[in-house]
Design a binder for this molecule. Structure first.
Ligand code: PMP
Length: 426
């Protein structure tokens, strides 16, 4: 039995399901998860001493690659001065200014400690600011596990949301309305029915929690127009896409200006950080300036801010996003070619440092229902074959893949060669 398997058995006796976040348990692909010992550059190393080219990157934040020396040095220097003060620090101001400089729609920024906190707080603010209760989200998009957002569509179009987990009161979930990603008509229909009750639309600008689905050309601008017409706020959830698809996030890449933005993962450089921000007039509604309550003992933690700021400074170097995009494109095209040569139908989406592949005969994947119709069994088989070849992909057909600047040409070629081998074995 491997060390990972042994640890997993032991973990299950003290941690629910053996993990501190469900997708880590390999439920999406079967088998026992790898327990990780360390990571460096493009590689992670498990407790059995095996190394893998990593396309999870801690689910997104490792844009620079693992264990980047600039981030490590910043963290070590910050630790020298103490871990947490619960009082304002200069580095929080520097961080907020940096975020505003890179994402100009975020005129004011409030730091939190996770993506979930960021979206939960942004939704409360949107409700408080507009005085409306309902929100619109999209099927297949994930925004963390706050009660308002862990809601699925009711049966049939235009019905009120239903809890997607026990523990969320139906009375609460009914305020969440669900539309279809890349389908403006489905959003317009909700606004026709509930327009003056809707506080906000929250959207992943590139959906990364149903594999990887970029927005259609008019989708995000269409949401902006609907919000302008109805007084609802547009929240762009860039927890995954911020500083990953472009320096200014997906909103810069697709040229759309939200009222509020949520960030996470990447701005922590690997430490637990999230943020929300937007128009000053809206952010003024947050306590202590305004009446909408929001707080956090460890918010703006100095060690986390140091890591995040070091990451953002490194990402500001010229050419970073061009290099990242070129690497992603090279990998995507290589995987597609290898699949074609093996006679395996495969569709690929990619933007910036994000990608997704789908076992399907359809040419283009733009909708959630298409994702649900892909060959999941084939994905599971491919997943384990790739693992054997030393390539660590996200253990679910519903997650995006992430590249880093540390992935070398050699790493990408090795990955494509491994995939070619695995496609033939399918
Ligand atoms: N929003 C998006 C778009 C996400 O992808 C995630 C997490 N993957 C979250 C919010 C929640 O972030 P966290 O896991 O840090 O709470």
């Amino acid at each position: 039995m491997s060390q990972s398997s042994q640890l997993f058995e032991q973990a299950k006796t003290v941690i629910p399901g053996g993990v501190n976040s469900p997708v880590r348990a390999f439920n999406g692909v079967g088998g026992s998860p790898l327990f990780i010992d360390k990571a460096n550059g493009a590689y992670i190393y498990d407790v059995d001493g095996k190394d893998y080219i990593d396309y999870v990157g801690s689910w997104g934040p490792m844009v620079l690659g693992h264990n980047d020396d600039r981030i490590k040095q910043a963290v070590l220097a910050a630790v020298e001065n103490g871990l947490s003060f619960g009082a304002p620090t200069a580095i929080e101001v520097e961080m907020a200014e940096k975020v505003r400089q890179l994402v100009p729609s975020m005129e004011q920024v409030r730091m939190v400690s996770s993506g979930t906190e960021a979206t939960m707080s942004a939704i409360r603010l949107a409700r408080g600011y507009t005085g409306r209760d309902k929100i619109v989200k999209f099927e297949g998009c994930y925004h963390g596990h706050a009660d308002s957002l862990l809601v699925k569509a009711g049966s049939g179009a235009l019905t009120l949301g239903q809890p997607s987990s026990p523990g969320i009161p139906a009375d609460f979930a009914k305020h969440t309305l669900t539309a279809s990603f890349n389908d403006l008509a489905s959003v317009e229909a909700l606004f026709d029915q509930y327009g003056d009750e809707i506080a906000c639309i929250i959207v992943e600008p590139v959906a990364g929690n149903m594999n990887c689905i970029p927005p259609n050309a008019d989708f995000l601008s269409g949401l902006r127009t609907i919000c302008d017409k109805t007084g609802a706020l547009l929240i762009i959830d860039e927890v995954m896409t911020g500083f990953r698809v472009a320096l200014g996030g997906a909103q810069a890449h697709y040229n759309v200006v939200p009222d509020l933005t949520t960030l996470g993962k990447v701005i922590g450089g690997g430490m637990p950080v999230g943020a929300f921000g937007g128009k000053k007039a809206v952010m003024d509604y947050i306590a202590p300036t305004g009446p909408v309550y929001q707080a956090g003992t460890l918010s703006g933690n100095p060690v986390a801010m140091s890591a995040g700021l070091a990451a953002l400074n490194a990402l500001c170097e010229p050419g970073v996003y061009q290099r990242l995009s070129e690497k992603t494109e090279y990998l995507a095209k290589g995987l597609k070619q290898a699949a074609d040569e093996a006679g395996i139908p495969l569709a690929i989406n990619y933007v910036g440092g994000m990608f997704g592949f789908f076992f399907t005969a359809e040419e283009k994947i733009t909708r959630y229902e298409q994702v649900t119709q892909c060959d999941i069994e084939r994905f599971k088989k491919f997943y384990h074959l790739m693992l054997e070849q030393g390539v660590y992909l996200a253990p679910s057909a519903y997650e995006a893949g992430f590249l880093s600047l540390a992935h070398s040409q050699k790493d990408l070629d090795k990955t494509i060669a491994a995939a070619a081998h695995c496609f033939k074995a399918l």
